[in-house]
Design a protein around this ligand. Structure first.
Ligand code: COA
Ligand code: AMP
Length: 630
C-alpha cells in the first residue's frame, strides 16, 4: 500500500485501522474496541484490554526464540566501553529488579522516579516498573535538585532509582548530592532509594533509606509480568509549559505500545532483528519511545549512547557507532548534526567509516534547518527524514513514512501527517486558514493511541493547556502552514516555550528563577537564534530601585542561580540590565518583538505598546551583547 492509501484507510475507518495495528501486540485480554469516547473530549484507547509493556518489549522475544539477540548495546565513548545485553539477559535482569522492587512494597500504580544517566540500567529500571505495573517517571540528569524536587512533590514516588553519577565530557556529575538535596527540599519523601553505584564515583548511602542496586537487584523472587488495563498509566514524563510548574504528561499503556509498534515499521522501517539507534537521552520522550520501548517492542536492537556528537572523542563517533553496530535507521537532533558539521564541514570523518547498513537518518526535536539537512544528504547519501512531534504525542505527528513509501522530500518540511492525525491550521478565532497561510497548528480530536490522555493529577490544566483554545481540537503550541501538496511546515511556537539544543525549556520557569534574585525587580527571558543550539535563552533584568551593585556581578549571580535552580541544560549564559521592559498598555511584556529585534528580523511597532522609546533601549542593550549577530 502507498502512503495515501494507508492514510485514507485510517480516515475511512479509524476503529478498524487501530484494531488491526493492535494485532501486532501480545494481549493478556484483547480489547473489545479501540476508541473509548464516552467522556469526549477526553478519549482513551484499548481501555478494557489487558496487557504488559515489559512482556511486549522483552519476554515475547525470548519466547519467540530470539533470546540470544542483542537487545541493548551500551556505547560509552566517555568510559571507553561497549557492552551488549541480550533479550534473555535483559529478561533475567529486569525480572530480578522488578522482584526486588515488589519485595520492598512497590505495587501496581505506585510511582517510581528514575534519575539516571545513559546506562542500560536506566532502561532496566523503566522496564522493571512496567513489569509490575508501577508508573515510572524519568527525570533528565541535566536538571538540578530543585527540578527533581518539584517532580517528587507532583508524582509522589514510593521509590527513587538513581545512579551515583553521570558523566559529561571532562566532568563527573554527582547525582547523589542532587538527589539528597531534592528529597530534603520536597515535602513528599520516598520510602526508599536504590542507588546504582558507578565505578567513576561511589556515593555515600543514607542508612535506612538507600540501598545499593548491586545488592538489591538479585536475591528476591523474580517478578512475572503483571497484566494491566489498557488505560493504566505506563509512565509520567514532565515537560516544560509556560510556567515554572512542569506538565506531567501521562502515557497510557496499551495505546503507547500499539502506536510505537506501528511507528517502528511504518515510519522508521525497522523489523525484528534490525538495529536502531536514537541518539537522545532516557530523560526525554525520544528516549522513552525510541531508545527504550519502540525498538524493543519491535524486537530490534537499541543503542544506549553515553557521549556527545563531538568531543567524545571526535566528530566521527556517531559514524563509528553506526558502522560497528550496523545501524539501519538513526535518529538524532539537528543540533547534533550542526555540531558535527561545524567540526567536519567536508564530511572527512564520515568517509572513514563503512555505513553500508544505514538506510535513513531521522531528525526531530527542533526545526531541521535546510543547510544541515543538505549537508547530511550530501555526505551520508541516505534519506534525511525530518519529522515533527512532541512529548505530548509520544510518536511522530508528521513524517516521511519510509517503511510504507519514501515520499519526495521538501527541505524545511517534516512532510505529511501520519494516520491518526488530522491537522488543521487555524486563526485565533479557530477558523481554518487556506493553504500556505501561517497559523496555529491544531489536531482534530480524538488524538490517536499513544498520545496523552491527560496531565498527571491536573485534568483542568490539561483542558486549559490543550483543549480550550480550539474546541474539538488539540492545540499543539506550534505555528506553521500546509502547502498545496499537503506538506506541513513548522515555523515557531505560539507560547513562551523555547528550544535549546533540542531541549524544550520554559522561559516562564527561567523568569521565575531570575525574579527570585534579591536585586531583580522585574525580568523577561526570550529565546534568541543560535547557529549551534537553534535558540539560546537571553534574560533582561530590571533592578530594584536603590540597587547600586555592579551589573556584571548581578548577571553572574543570575547565571549561577539558573544553573543551580533549573540545571546546566538551561544553558543560560546571556543577560543584560535594562531600566524598563517594553509592554502593552495592559501590561503584557512584548517578548515576540524583542526576539525579532535580537534576531535582526523586520518588526512592526506594536499598536498597543505603552512607550515605544523602551524598544530603543532594548536595541542598545542587545547590541552591547552582540545582537543581532549579522
Ligand atoms: N547530565 C548533566 N549535565 C548535562 C546533561 C546530563 N545528562 N546533559 C547536558 N548537560 C550539561 C552539559 O554538560 C552542559 O553543561 P556546561 O554548561 O557545563 O557545558 C549543559 O548541560 C548544556 O548541555 P548541551 O545542551 O548538551 O550542550 P553542550 O554544549 O554540552 O553540547 C551539543 C552541544 C550540540 C553537542 C549538544 O547539545 C548535543 O548533543 N545536543 C543533542 C541534543 C539532543 O540529542 N537532544 C535530544 C532531543 S531529541
Ligand atoms: P518536545 O516535547 O521536547 O519533544 O518538544 C516538542 C517541540 O519541539 C515541538 O512542539 C516543536 O516546537 C519542536 N519540534 C520538534 N520536532 C520538530 C521538527 N521536526 N520541526 C520543528 N520543530 C520541532
Amino acid at each position: 500500500m502507498r502512503y495515501d492509501e494507508v492514510y485514507a484507510a485510517w480516515q475511512s475507518n479509524p476503529e478498524a485501522f487501530w484494531m488491526e495495528a493492535a494485532e501486532a501486540i501480545d494481549w493478556v485480554r484483547k480489547p473489545s474496541k479501540a476508541l473509548f469516547d464516552e467522556d469526549a473530549p477526553y478519549y482513551e484507547w484499548f481501555s478494557d484490554g489487558l496487557v504488559n509493556a515489559c512482556w511486549n518489549a522483552v519476554d515475547r522475544h525470548v519466547e519467540a526464540g530470539r533470546g540470544d539477540q542483542i537487545a541493548l548495546m551500551h556505547e560509552s565513548p566517555i568510559t571507553l566501553s561497549t557492552k551488549g545485553i541480550t533479550f534473555r539477559q535483559l529478561q533475567t535482569r529486569v525480572a530480578s529488579l522488578a522482584g526486588a522492587l515488589r519485595a520492598k512494597g512497590v505495587a501496581k500504580g505506585d510511582r517510581v522516579i528514575i534519575y539516571m544517566p545513559m546506562v542500560p540500567e536506566a532502561i532496566e529500571a523503566m522496564l522493571a516498573c512496567a513489569r509490575i505495573g508501577a508508573v515510572h517517571s524519568v527525570v533528565f540528569g541535566g536538571f538540578a535538585a530543585n527540578e527533581l524536587a518539584v517532580r517528587i512533590d507532583d508524582c509522589r514516588p514510593k521509590a527513587i532509582i538513581a545512579a551515583s553519577c553521570g558523566l559529561e565530557p571532562g566532568r563527573t556529575v554527582s547525582y547523589k548530592p542532587l538527589l539528597d538535596a531534592a528529597i530534603e527540599q520536597a515535602s513528599h519523601k520516598p520510602e526508599f532509594c536504590v542507588i546504582f553505584q558507578r565505578e567513576e564515583e561511589v556515593a555515600k548511602l543514607i542508612e535506612g533509606r538507600d540501598v545499593s542496586w548491586h545488592g538489591f537487584q538479585y536475591g528476591q523472587e523474580p517478578a512475572e509480568c503483571v497484566p494491566v488495563e489498557g488505560n493504566h498509566p505506563a509512565y509520567i514524563l514532565y515537560t516544560s509549559g509556560t510556567t515554572g510548574q512542569p506538565k506531567g504528561v501521562v502515557r497510557h499503556t496499551a495505546g503507547h505500545i500499539v502506536a510505537l509498534q506501528w511507528s517502528m515499521k511504518n515510519i522508521f522501517n525497522i523489523d525484528v532483528g534490525d538495529r536502531f539507534w536514537a541518539a537522545s537521552d532516557v530523560g526525554w520522550v525520544v528516549g522513552h519511545s525510541y531508545i527504550c520501548y519502540g525498538p524493543l517492542i519491535a524486537g530490534a536492537t537499541s543503542i544506549v549512547f553515553e557521549g556527545k556528537p563531538i568531543g567524545t572523542p571526535h566528530a566521527g563517533v556517531f559514524w563509528r557507532i553506526i558502522q560497528n553496530n550496523r545501524i539501519k535507521s538513526f535518529f538524532t537532533a539537528p543540533t547534533a548534526l550542526r555540531a558535527i558539521k561545524r567540526e567536519d564541514p567536508t564530511g572527512a570523518w564520515i568517509k572513514r567509516y563503512a555505513l553500508h547498513d544505514l538506510q535513513a537518518i531521522f531528525l526531530a526535536g527542533e526545526r531541521a534547518d535546510p543547510a544541515t539537512v543538505q549537508w547530511a544528504q550530501e555526505h551520508l547519501r541516505v534519506p534525511v527524514v525530518d519529522h515533527w512531534w512532541q512529548t505530548e504525542t509520544g510518536w511522530p505527528i508528521v513524517a516521511n513514512p519510509i517503511g510504507i513509501e519514501e515520499l519526495p522530500t521538501k527541505v524545511g518540511s517534516p512532510t505529511v501527517p501520519m494516520p491518526g492525525y488530522e491537522i488543521h491550521v487555524l486563526d485565533e478565532a479557530g477558523t481554518q486558514l487556506p493553504r500556505d497561510t501561517l497559523g496555529a497548528i491544531a489536531i482534530k480530536l480524538p488524538l490517536p493511541p499513544g498520545t496523552l490522555p491527560t496531565l498527571w493529577q491536573a485534568p483542568e490544566r490539561f483542558h486549559k493547556s490543550y483543549l480550550e483554545q480550539f474546541p474539538g481540537y488539540y492545540a499543539t503550541g506550534d505555528a506553521g502552514y500546509i502547502d498545496a501538496d499537503g506538506y506541513l511546515y513548522i515555523m515557531a511556537r505560539t507560547d513562551d516555550v523555547i528550544n535549546v539544543a533540542g531541549h524544550r525549556l520554559s522561559t516562564g520557569a527561567m523568569e521565575e528563577v531570575l525574579a527570585g534574585h534579591a536585586d531583580v525587580a522585574e525580568c523577561a527571558v526570550i529565546g534568541v537564534a543560535d547557529d549551534l543550539k537553534g535558540q539560546m535563552p537571553l534574560g533582561f533584568l530590571c533592578l530594584s530601585s536603590g540597587c547600586n551593585r555592579p551589573h556584571s556581578e548581578i548577571i553572574a549571580e543570575c547565571v549561577a542561580r539558573m544553573r543551580e535552580k533549573i540545571g546546566p541544560v538551561a544553558a543560560f549564559k546571556l543577560a543584560c540590565v535594562v531600566d524598563r521592559l517594553p509592554k502593552t498598555r495592559s501590561g503584557k511584556i512584548l517578548r515576540a518583538t524583542m526576539v525579532k529585534i535580537a534576531d535582526g528580523e523586520s518588526w512592526k511597532m506594536p499598536a498597543t505598546i505603552d512607550d515605544p522609546a523602551i524598544l530603543d533601549e532594548i536595541s542598545v542593550a542587545l547590541k552591547a551583547l552582540g545582537y543581532p549577530k549579522t
